[in-house]
Design a protein around this ligand. Structure first.
Ligand code: SF4
Length: 462
């Protein structure tokens, strides 16, 4: 099936730079979606003539891009804002902006607790940041968040982006989420799922490739449902599998990753597109969350442990050399010893290459926060340790099987601990440290010599 390019790109008005030479600082909390939003905010600031500050002391404009998924997100925000107030008392012309999920959810609280903030804006308003800053400078503090009436036309494609990496880029394909996992605040703060037009996405990837980018990560809360809202004739719509294939045709893009698919929605067509598209990496992040059918129902995840394992096996059987990773929550309300054993059993059966593991903590505003049966923190902590031990053993065993093999790696940059060693990544998303100096964005072949749970050590194959 061919995908459909719908409509014209949303048009964005360009403006004459008005803040030449002023310095900006963007602090980001949270996920890749927030990191990417911050890159786009940085791009808009640069388009307005601003340059990056070296720190708080020389920043004229400071933006905090907030997250409310992580624990204590609000303490962190108000701690930061308290420190900034002291600086703003001395330099009243310094502008403070608060963006992102917490701003969207708690705009009145941010305003009440930190009246010295100049601009508060929501998750879909980032393209308006300069207009809001203008308004605040002219008229005083301003707040703008989105409401449910938003559509794709309110979200312009092609915003300038200040990327952290020259060779690797995130590309948003959907925003928001139509699911209702009971532990998750995302649908509340990022709204219903909206797909970007296929043509806009491919245009952005082509421009990135022309700019020297060799690796893209397609971003969405649930990438498998990409295009559901782009149907024409009530049925024809682009599918995520089509998006992978079309992106794989773009010259210069050597690696394509995506995050995250939802286990209930991933189907064979995506795995087949992965296997048949050379640039799509052999890497799948499939969030399990729990191995208990009862807890998965309480989480409203839409699959059973058996169904999850079937999907995983399906993908592994279709994509040769597939590496897998997952997310797991320990201590969800009502989780019994038996439920937790279910999680250990699925982890042992799945044998993920890696896992992001969390102890449940309630997020205000979610249904799970009001559920009965919160697990004693000591019990949750002990379960967490057992889970981490099991996954560490599996990861080490899987990494160990790579010793003696030769793999293609893409250099990220010098290792943080030792500048005479570079950090690179395999197609399967494993970190490899190799002695030597190569520029970020360079590909080379490395022979794996040692394995640890968090990384591999190798040497360049000449
Ligand atoms: S799929 Fe579930 S966990 Fe993921 S963003 Fe949507 S509601 Fe949250």
């Amino acid at each position: 099936m061919t995908s459909i390019e719908l409509g014209m790109p949303a048009v964005r008005e360009r403006r004459v730079p008005t803040r030449d030479g002023r310095r900006f600082l963007v602090r980001t909390f949270g996920c890749q979606m927030n990191e990417h939003d911050s890159e786009r905010i940085g791009g808009l600031f640069e388009e307005d003539g601003m340059v990056p500050a070296t720190g708080v002391d020389d920043a004229d404009v400071i933006l905090i891009n907030t997250c409310c998924v992580r624990e204590n997100a609000d303490n962190r925000l108000y701690g930061n804002l308290g420190q900034l107030k002291a600086i703003k008392d001395i330099r009243p012309d310094m502008r403070i902006l608060v963006a992102g999920c917490l701003a969207q959810k708690d705009k009145e609280i941010v305003r009440a607790k930190a009246p010295w903030v100049d601009v508060v804006f929501g998750t879909h308003n980032l393209h308006r940041v300069l207009t809001l800053l203008d308004h605040a400078e002219e008229w005083g503090p301003v707040t703008e968040i989105w409401d449910e009436t938003g559509s794709i036309d309110d979200i312009p494609s092609g915003l300038p982006t200040r990327r952290e990496s020259d060779h690797s880029a995130w590309v948003t394909i959907t925003i928001g989420c139509d699911n209702a996992c009971t532990f998750c605040i995302v649908p509340i703060v990022r709204g219903r799922e909206i797909s970007r037009r296929t043509g806009d996405i491919l245009r952005e990837v082509r421009e990135l490739a022309a700019d020297g980018v060799v690796e893209v990560t397609l971003l969405g809360q649930n990438v498998n449902s990409y295009g559901r809202d782009l149907a024409v004739d009530g049925r024809r719509r682009p599918l995520f599998a089509d998006m992978l294939r079309r992106t794989g045709e773009i010259e210069g893009i050597e690696r394509i990753r995506f995050t995250s698919p939802h286990p209930k929605d991933i189907k064979e067509d995506v795995a087949i597109a992965m296997a048949e598209t050379a640039a799509v990496c052999e890497q799948l992040h499939l969030p399990l969350q729990s191995g208990s059918a009862r807890i998965l129902r309480a989480m409203q995840r839409g699959y059973t442990p058996e169904r999850f394992l079937d999907k995983l096996r399906m993908a592994e059987s279709i994509v040769p050399g597939l590496a897998t990773s997952t997310d797991v929550i320990v201590g969800f309300p009502g989780e019994s010893d038996e439920d937790f054993q279910g999680t250990l059993d699925v982890i042992a059966a799945a044998r993920f290459d890696s896992a992001f593991m969390f102890i449940y903590s309630p997020r205000p505003g979610t249904r799970a926060a009001d559920m009965a049966g919160h697990v004693d923190p000591d019990v949750a902590g002990e379960r967490f340790e057992r889970l981490v031990d099991l996954q560490r053993t599996i990861t080490l065993e899987k990494n160990g099987t790579l010793i003696g093999t030769t793999v293609s790696v893409l250099v990220e940059g010098p290792s943080r601990k030792d500048p005479s060693v570079i950090t690179a990544r395999t197609r399967t998303n494993k970190v490899v440290h190799v002695p030597g100096i190569w520029a970020p964005g360079t590909f080379f072949e490395a022979r794996i010599e040692q394995a640890a749970p968090s990384h591999l050590m190798g040497s360049a194959v000449s």
